[in-house]
Ligand binder design. Structure first.
Ligand code: DI6
Ligand code: FE
Length: 414
């Protein structure tokens, strides 16, 4: 007869799962030994060398996998996944010579997606974003940050944030939401950008904070968007509501938005193609993560490279993300970003993988995800490769054998 306590103990024990004899990329480094990882409930319980494993102690653990490579679940820390319509026609215009900036100035670009997004209802936005989210998840993403910024009215921005929260409730993925009200100046505010910034600061941020819809606040600091001074007002309003701050900075020109973001203790400064090398140490000093978005660089045919060597030399944590959006990076494949980070930006495969795991977690302010260490959330990917570098080397869907979200296998290859 089992006592209630023993029964409880057995149920608890039964939850333990083990992956054995794996090469482990723990979020920063690749193990030199074969490793075993034990998961208890939704947390990593133990990480040890395969040779040191106590088989008696783990006799009760369910063996889920043996061999291959285990990594943290991938973290896509910068996406714009929720929007209406698409921009295939602008893609064709750009192929005929129109530039991204010229299309934006003529009322296309972000504004064409804003028009389609305002017209779309929440169910439509949910359904179209769900397909893109499914693609990210099938390629290993267990955490996805999503920015608003295609509504640009109080009601439409909140609508986008609600869709994101709903995605997080419906799918086995951790969603982090970011209010990007200061993405572009809507036509109703033409010539009155300071008035629009007041709307962002005085209405959007308080409402999003009060309804618990936003985890962070982002801005587009650029000549075709908002000035450094305007972005700083937005960051101050965010801080007043205890929201973390981020910035799209130095993507198309150097306004020194990254240094301003660092002054405001931003979690991350994103894009950075036009960052001046001498501004890299400011990011390091503030603990601001440099989020690299090689998909946008690639899709725009950009030639200006971010100052990777300076970021590396300054010890700035570099994250890598898809920037999934309809204009500059219609790509929902995290492992392709590992490849592009290496081929376009010359990151090492190890840096690229850290960029989509440990450093991406930092860019979102998440302490307990992005690394395989005892106590961390058990978000894992088990891959059908022999070395972590292969994930960056080959662009090859279908290598994800298991995706584990909060201790549960949510995807298993046949
Ligand atoms: N920079 C980008 O690359 C995206 N937003 C931004 O601020 C592009 C958004 C778009 O073109 O729809
Ligand atoms: Fe972006």
């Amino acid at each position: 007869m089992t006592t209630p306590l023993a029964a409880h103990h057995a149920a608890h024990q039964a939850r333990r799962q083990i992956w054995r004899d794996v090469t482990l990329f723990d979020g920063r480094h690749t193990s030199t030994e074969r490793m075993a990882v034990v998961v208890d409930g939704d947390r990593i319980a133990q990480v040890c060398q395969e040779s040191a494993i106590d088989t008696d102690a783990f006799a009760d653990a369910i063996e889920r996998g043996r061999g291959g490579v285990l990594t943290p679940g991938l973290i896509d820390c910068h996406t714009h996944l929720v929007y209406g319509g698409n921009r295939a026609h602008e893609f064709e215009m750009r192929l005929e010579g129109a530039t991204y900036e010229a299309i934006a100035r003529a009322g296309g670009g972000i504004m064409s997606t804003v028009r389609a997004t305002r017209q779309a209802d929440e169910d439509t936005l949910f359904a179209t974003a769900a397909k893109r989210l499914a693609a990210l998840m099938a390629d290993g993403a267990t955490t996805v940050e999503i920015k608003s910024g295609y509504g640009l009215t109080l009601a439409d921005e909140l609508k986008l944030l609600r869709v994101m929260r709903r995605l997080g409730r419906h799918y086995p993925v951790h969603i982090v939401t970011t209010l990007l009200g200061a993405h572009a100046l809507p036509p109703e505010y033409a010539g009155r950008s300071d008035d629009y910034i007041r709307l962002v600061c005085n209405e959007m941020i308080p409402a999003a904070a009060q309804e618990g819809l936003a985890d962070a606040v982002d801005v587009f600091c650029e000549k075709i968007a908002f000035s450094v001074a305007q972005c700083e007002q937005v960051w101050e309003a965010a801080a007043a509501h205890q929201l973390a701050v981020k910035g799209h900075v130095e993507q198309l020109s150097n306004l020194r938005g990254a240094v301003a973001a660092a002054r405001h203790r931003a979690l991350s400064a994103d894009h950075l193609e036009y960052l001046a090398a001498e501004d890299a140490p400011a990011l390091q000093a503030a603990g601001t993560v440099a989020v690299l978005l090689p998909g946008a660089f690639y899709c725009l045919g950009e030639t200006q490279l971010p100052p990777i060597a300076a970021l590396r030399a300054a010890g700035v944590a570099m994250a890598v993300a898809t920037d999934a959006n309809p204009g500059t990076s219609p790509i929902v494949m995290p492992t392709l970003m590992l490849n592009l980070a290496c081929t376009q930006y010359r990151l090492t495969p190890r840096e690229a993988l850290a960029g989509m795991t440990a450093h991406a977690a930092r860019a979102l302010g998440l302490a307990d995800r992005g690394h395989v260490t005892p106590g961390a959330v058990a978000d894992l990917c088990w891959w059908d490769v022999e070395t972590p570098a292969e994930l960056a080397y080959a662009v090859q869907p279908g290598r994800l054998r298991q995706r584990i979200f909060e201790g549960k296998i949510t995807h298993e290859q046949a």
